[in-house]
Design a protein around this ligand. Structure first.
Ligand code: KG4
Ligand code: ZN
Length: 341
């Protein structure tokens, strides 16, 4: 059928996400997060995340079904994040999805987490232009993907060679004394600041750019920010957190949007889709819009709640798999922590 009722399960990191879609329509996106349990460690602790998924799975599933008015026996398919992500966290989702698939006698679709971040845009903005260029920027990834069809043959044009974009936000937030996860706090602080410090734009010039045209590097930027802050403090100069936040953010967003638009132009792609937690960043959204407008590129960014990890994205990709007649997974479906796109 062209409007399969699909339930998607996402457990690759610290969010237990259950989404239900009917074809290209989103019915519900239920989420339980263990982010607060990790905050005191300053990062996600794998073992803590796995246990939290196990606790949250059934209540989140029940909440999703109740909110959507869907009974499990009405479902046409189950999809689940098979990788990449934290191994133990993925196993909870994959095992749950297999159990549902067997109990209900409906097909199981193991999907790639990165492809799901792209597929969620379909329930927000309708069918994806083919091809689309996708930029995925989160705490774990910074990738430019060429997407001829979201259900297969996605090609990575480049990715980070060190820290992910969100990781850089989180580390700089820590240097500035802002809480974890730091991205939203840096974003907010930057609104009261000015871009007054010229921080480095990694892999954008000379031989670095030639060798790493669509790759990113943010660890040098993070180090430059900590050095700058240390020097100011050593000199007894009070730093302006908003100005440092704004200057750092400008450097990240400049590099991301510049390379994304260049990739669209060079690969003759007319649509740019941005996803992942960092896609919630207000400066990124504004600069991407400006640069896409100037280049005649259609920009698609889902609402912030669908940019971060969620179950709707997995359900959306599962529905596309069914609509396009892709083969289902069998019960040997693994949890593949390092699954390539
Ligand atoms: O996609 P996501 O929820 O989880 C994964 O990493 O997969 O992304 C979380 C990341 C964190 O590093 C967080 O600091 C960052 O996204 N983030 C932001 C903003 N909101 C979340 N970074 C910059 N500006 C934001 N507004
Ligand atoms: Zn993600």
């Amino acid at each position: 059928t062209s409007t399969p009722l699909v339930l998607g399960i996402e457990t690759s990191c610290d969010e237990t996400g259950i989404g239900i879609v009917c074809g290209e329509e989103l019915l519900v996106d239920a989420i339980a997060s263990s982010v607060e349990e990790h905050a005191r460690f300053g990062g996600v602790v794998p073992e803590v995340a796995s246990r939290a998924h196990l606790e949250a799975m059934v209540p989140t599933l029940e909440r999703a079904c109740a909110q959507a008015g869907v009974r499990l026996q009405d479902l046409d398919g189950i999809s689940v994040t098979s990788g990449p992500g934290l191994a133990g966290a993925l196993m909870v989702g994959v095992a749950s999805a297999k159990a549902l698939s067997v109990a209900l006698g409906i097909p199981l679709y193991g999907v790639n987490h990165l492809a799901s971040h792209v597929a969620v845009d379909i329930v927000e903005h309708g069918p994806l232009p083919e091809p689309t260029l996708a930029m995925l920027v989160s705490g774990g990834h910074s990738s430019l993907l060429l997407v001829p069809d979201v259900t297969h043959d996605i090609r990575s044009l480049g990715s980070t060679i060190d820290d992910a974009a969100g990781e850089a936000f989180d580390k700089v937030a820590r240097v500035l004394g802002l809480p974890f996860p730091g991205g939203p706090h840096v974003d907010r602080a930057a609104r009261d600041g000015q871009v007054v410090i010229d921080f480095p734009r990694g892999l954008t010039t000379g031989r670095d750019m030639q060798r790493h045209r669509f790759d990113f590097s943010f660890s040098g930027l993070k180090t430059a920010v900590s050095r700058w802050v240390e020097h100011q403090r050593a000199d007894g100069v009070a730093i302006s957190v908003p100005d440092v936040a704004a200057s750092f953010q400008e450097a990240v967003v400049d590099v991301l949007t510049r390379k994304a638009v260049l990739a669209c132009t060079e690969h003759d792609v007319a649509a740019l889709q941005v996803g992942g937690g960092v896609a919630a960043n207000s400066r990124l959204r504004a600069m991407a819009q400006e640069r896409c407008d100037a280049a005649g590129i259609e920009l698609r960014i889902p609402r912030p709640g669908l940019c971060t990890d969620n179950g709707a994205m997995v359900a959306s990709l599962g529905a596309q798999m069914m609509i396009k007649g892709r083969p289902a997974s069998d019960l040997s479906l693994p949890a593949d922590s390092s699954m390539p796109v």
